[in-house]
Design a protein around this ligand. Structure first.
Ligand code: 6PG
Length: 260
């Protein structure tokens, strides 16, 4: 794991949501102050539900100027936006609708379309935010990521050809379980973000977390999450105690949040 990884260990899922919400607000506020907008890519799955709910709560909603936020997605399942498996549907229910976010600020991946066409369309969407930015890659302010028990992240799965993608910004990918066909940002985009924030909870993730944060030999390369190594940005992990349980004491004792 790169030296610069910042690791926060908190008691449980609710503290995880609160700590991560504070970080999202801080990163977003800084981005708006510096560039007048906040480009955030949301992750899917179940873990971030409590984060999005927290961000939309009365305690948090007014602490970020959401009118300056452009919401992107790190990945999506190949389903319509109303489907129970849709990452957009989950974010819409927990964040967009409660915040009354304008549709023009929300840029979903079109899971209902043919995957290659949807990937190309989303890359064009990303290019709109980098016009004049030069360079071969978009620079997002924050990419939120989760992690599966197999070490996948976004929709980058072990041994997938998309792990070796060097030019495309968005590609189709194929999950070994659940909704098979996916769309995902590639590592080229993820690793150029200013901040990459992993949000991981639960004992079922503890083994892979240990391999990723305390790699033995080259086993970490087996896990796509290990390939998330920001080129110039900050890599941040927020873990609950259950997910951090197999880390050695040294990793665990340097994080005061742990006692909260
Ligand atoms: C998705 C996510 C995926 C998720 C992990 C963890 O579309 O499912 O992008 O990478 O973050 O599978 O999922 P849980 O939070 O449900 O454990």
């Amino acid at each position: 794991m790169p030296r610069s990884a910042e690791i926060h260990i908190v008691a449980g899922p609710q503290e995880l949501a609160q700590q991560a919400a504070e970080r999202v607000i801080a990163v977003g506020t800084a981005a708006i102050a510096a560039r007048g907008r906040f480009l955030i890519a949301l992750s899917g799955g179940s873990t971030p539900r409590s984060l999005y709910t927290r961000l939309a709560s009365p305690d948090c909603a007014d602490r970020l100027d959401w009118s300056r936020v452009q919401v992107l997605f790190g990945d999506e399942r190949a389903v319509p936006p109303t489907h129970a498996d849709s990452n957009f549907a989950m974010a819409d229910q927990t964040l967009f609708t409660p915040l009354r976010l304008a549709p023009a600020q929300i840029h979903r991946m079109r899971g209902e379309d043919e995957p290659e066409a949807a990937a190309a369309q989303y890359e064009n969407t990303l290019r709109r935010f980098t016009a004049g930015g030069g360079g071969a890659w978009p620079i997002l302010d924050l990419v939120l990521l989760g992690m599966g028990e197999d070490g996948h992240t976004a929709s980058l799965f072990p041994n997938g050809p998309e792990l070796h993608e060097r030019t495309r910004w968005v590609t189709p990918s194929y999950s070994p379980q659940g909704t098979r066909t996916r769309l995902t940002l590639t590592l080229g985009v993820i690793n150029r973000a200013s901040v990459v924030l992993f949000l991981v909870a639960g004992a079922n993730k503890a083994t892979v977390v240990r391999h990723l944060l305390e790699p033995q030999t080259d086993d970490a390369v087996r896990y796509p999450a290990a390939l998330v190594q920001p080129v110039a940005g900050q890599l941040v992990w927020y873990l609950d105690q259950a997910a951090a349980a197999k880390l050695t004491r040294s990793q665990q004792t340097c994080h005061p949040e742990r006692t909260k």
